[in-house]
Design a protein around this ligand. Structure first.
Ligand SMILES: *Cc1c(COP(=O)(O)O)cnc(C)c1O
Length: 290
């Protein structure tokens, strides 16, 4: 299963030109960042594998994408998370709901690592939280080659790429294959965390992305009214819905540094829209409490 190249578009925001690489439109079921990172698993045969095992948060995009992968491959999908709120169990929404529809077997455990180990055998494939692994390189390399073709088609001079990072795996492999600067920001932890993640994926890579720090520090998954307002402005001015977890942090980092960056900005839209339902629900509940 190979995806056709994702769309590449010219947009204006805040009186500035941005090119958008729309990986959110890659495929209806298997879209965005995780489609690139799980490309390897989707496109190779694993004749001995009957089960995929992973762990992470109860609304993770990786969890949903793995549920699609497992369904397509006919594998059992075991997903371990440390807590599922009762409210979510009674009112399934977003990635959680869709992953369950795809047949995910979700297990709540206070000792996540041990629980994962319990399910691993010769017929199981283990996928790291968030898809932080070497196998991501194959799909991300395809994305890099698409970008090079897009840049040529649109005759863009002096391009640079920006994308927000979680584990940083995508930014790392993009910088490996792109001959121009890749900028990113951390949404989880700080710069030191991101650098540590990079070392874990590829210990000897020297050509690393550049991290843009924001003045204001945002905590992963927390709600910030100013980020919600920025998300709305992006949607209204560009007609594009971004993800509410990574993108508003990404755009605020990019906008903060934009005057100092030389060249034509390209923003990578990495999908994750399915997760917006639960984020919006949380924003509504927060607003009602104010
Ligand atoms: C997973 C994800 C990211 C982070 O990707 P990393 O390779 O872990 O940095 C960013 N945006 C979206 C929408 C994602 O689903």
């Amino acid at each position: 299963m190979f995806f056709p190249s994702s769309p590449f578009e010219k947009r204006t925001f805040n009186h500035q030109t941005f090119y958008l690489k729309r990986d959110d439109l890659l495929d209806k079921d298997f879209s965005g960042n995780k489609a690139r990172k799980f490309h390897y698993f989707l496109n190779h045969d694993f004749p001995h594998i009957q089960r995929v095992v992973s762990s992470g948060s109860n609304q993770s995009n990786a969890m949903y994408s793995l549920s699609v992968l497992a369904r397509l491959k006919g594998w059992e999908f075991i997903y371990v998370c440390d807590h599922i709120p009762r409210f979510l169990k009674e009112n399934p929404i977003g990635n959680y709901k869709e992953a369950l529809t795809n047949g995910m077997n979700i297990i709540e455990s206070q000792t996540r690592e041990e629980e994962v180990l319990r399910w691993l055998d010769a017929k199981s494939l283990h996928v790291n939280e968030g898809g932080r692994q070497k196998e991501a390189e194959e799909g991300v390399k395809i994305l890099a080659n698409e970008l090079l073709a897009d840049i040529q088609t649109h005759a863009i001079s002096n391009p640079y790429l920006f994308l927000p990072s979680g584990t940083g795996t995508t930014a790392l492999f993009l910088q490996k294959y792109l001959p121009f600067p890749v900028f990113t920001c951390n949404t989880v932890g700080d710069s030191a965390y991101l650098q540590k993640q990079w070392k874990m994926v590829v210990p000897d890579l020297t050509h690393l992305p550049t991290i843009l720090e924001t003045k204001h520090k945002y905590h992963y998954g927390k709600l910030y009214i100013e980020l919600y307002v920025l998300w709305q402005r992006l949607r209204n001015e560009m007609g594009v819905e971004f993800d509410l977890l990574y993108d508003p942090v990404g755009w605020s980092a990019l906008l903060e540094h934009l005057p100092l960056l030389d060249g034509t900005p390209i923003y990578l839209h990495q999908g994750g829209i399915l997760g917006n339902a639960s984020m919006l629900q949380r924003y509504v509940r927060k607003a009602n409490m104010l």
